[in-house]
Design a binder for this molecule. Sequence first.
Ligand code: SF4
Ligand code: SF4
Length: 226
Amino acid sequence: MDDAMVRIYIMGKEYKVPGNLTILTAMEYAGYKIKRGAGCREGFCGACATVYRFKDDYKLKADLACQTKVEDGMFLAQLPFVPAQMAIYDINKLKPVVGVFQELYPENFKCVSCNACTKACPQDIKVMDYIQAIVREDLARAADLSFDCIMCGLCAMRCPAEIAQYNVAILARRLYGKYLVPRAEHTKKRIEELDKGMWENEVRELMSISKEELKEKYTSRDREED
Ligand code: SF4
Ligand code: SF4
């Protein structure tokens, strides 16, 4: 049964916990106070990367502790932080070309196409594919494929080429967003109108209403069809 007690091992120590708990809540049930390595608890922030394996199974698995239920015989540990390489740059001085990645993240070009990163990703992102897209200078594809990355660091933990894929992907999305995405002309026009004060009354009205009214206005707004 789902809520029957299961036996798990946290940092090598044995505990019995209800089987309907997530790894995160099971750790708290066992008495651990999680100060680092937990955030939104909804699978969005990527702070609670966890690694585990089962007795007699050589495979090391990776996931988010807030999204994964405990199972009997789980040996687990939390990864509060992955100290991965992150390049420092001024995006205004870069160009959207592969040479930028060769300079800032040369390890990206040592990818051996093992796919370990994709297998580790709790977001089911095609990590290897976005790394390879960057190698081919296809920043649009890299930006698109990596869009749902939550920076948990699990891909980097498994990479034999020592690539911090998520930091490389951020550079790809920044370059794509700044230099390659077609500018939205209607947004530019609206900003000019705002600068001229044409929407002053509407802005004042929005600032004066309650949060609930604002929510209502937002959800009932006119929207373009997908
Ligand atoms: S791409 Fe890497 S850092 Fe991003 S969510 Fe997937 S495993 Fe986590
Ligand atoms: S784990 Fe590293 S080497 Fe393997 S496919 Fe992913 S980026 Fe390439």
